[in-house]
Design a protein around this ligand. Sequence first.
Ligand code: SF4
Ligand code: SF4
Length: 487
Amino acid sequence: MKIMAQMAMVMNLDKCIGCATCSVTCKQTWTNRDGVEHIWFNNVETNPGVGYPARWEDQRRWRGGWRVDQSGRLCLRQGNKAERLARIFNNPEAPSLDDYYEPATYDYQRLIKAPLTGLTPVARPLSAITGEPMAIKFGPNWDDDLGGSALWAARDPDLEAIATKVELAFEQSFMFHLPRICEHCLNPACVAACPSGAMFKRVEDGIVLADQDKCRGFRMCVSACPYKKVYMNRLTGKAEKCTFCFPRIEEGQETVCSETCVGRLRYIGVILYDRDAVGALAAADNPLAACRSAMLDPHDPGVIAAAKSDGLPSDWLDAAQASPIYELAIRQLVALPLHPEYRTLPMVWYIPPLSPLLEATGAMGGDDTDADDIAATVTAMRIPLDYLAQLFAAGDQAAVAGSLMRLAAVRQHMRARSLGRDDSAAEAVGASPEDLERLYHLLAVAKRSDRFVIPKAHHESTAQVAAWAGGCPVGGGPGATRRKGRA
Ligand code: SF4
Ligand code: SF4
């Protein structure tokens, strides 16, 4: 057993309004430069929809993530080392600029300098790359611009994977927003696929970074990442990705996207995992259960003893015990991983959207405060359960239903408490009233210090971190951590 600490995030999709403030502030901080115009480390998608880059979830095309072969071994979908090396100079599984979009600006000068005529001057779109006039055909949240219309939503790979008939007429379609960053996976396919050792997972906090000095631009990381969260700078030809704002995290501050999130829907904390178990968990039969098992109980005496003997600083252990991530993902089982079937053990989890459930209960003539009526609606939701299960639970509808039922129980319980009534909401979902009240506190009225429990980096103990890193395998394999100390 080798206990490691990992920064993780949970986002509550019920609260996301799709304003893209997170995307813009991230871009201003990290990708406001030439060569990265088309890159959004944080992007917000509308579901159903094709996402960004278009159809990133279509692993038949991109061959991202891991698979388990016939002998039960975990392998990159990209193939073995020889197969990957054979594609170094011609990598058909890397998205093109068209899959992202050609970034545009507008001819604002024309508005200012056009000669006086009887016609109103028009600012035509210009390519941000060539400066030439262009027609805008796609963008980072195109589905939202088209209101989730059948034209784009029908191409969503998650819809293709389910048999449910989904109504995509504009007035009746369902939609919700999905903000996405790099998952800072425990078993990062990008790190394993990189032939030059440029991609690495930090020992001290699990943040996955791209070393600009070592990157040779082979784009293997871009292909191997099933979330398509590594990008190529078109001028330097090097890989760039979400840094989890590590300079801020090291100082105990939340990421920029989290600080500026209008909905206050992001939570950041430390989780503990056993590095030696990563390979087996990533290859497990049930990917959702494996993701959950990866997060160790920070109050377990055995885990505490192992963490201390592995040199985890005591304030990090305290932070792991106060982590909102462990509470939401494991104790309360309301947060779920995005596409656990990619087997990268992602560390940005999501609380599925509940609002349409209560709305649907009312629309179907039920009582949105009644547990039985809500339970009946779960199977007939406007956002089909199997669609959410494709996204967050490798098809396990019971896991999504369990999360939604517990979220509904919180509302029921708090309403009953305000009215001084008895209620059975907690019992119905196998929770205690205290559990539901703790969840209410975290989801509804949490202070900043509850949402972000981020211990500061221990710069004074780099020798300790070096010793820690020495006990880890180098590059390539599942859960590999290679580099010590700061990026
Ligand atoms: S999502 Fe996972 S595989 Fe993709 S870049 Fe991030 S750490 Fe790597
Ligand atoms: S800032 Fe928050 S509410 Fe707005 S799109 Fe981003 S995650 Fe959603």
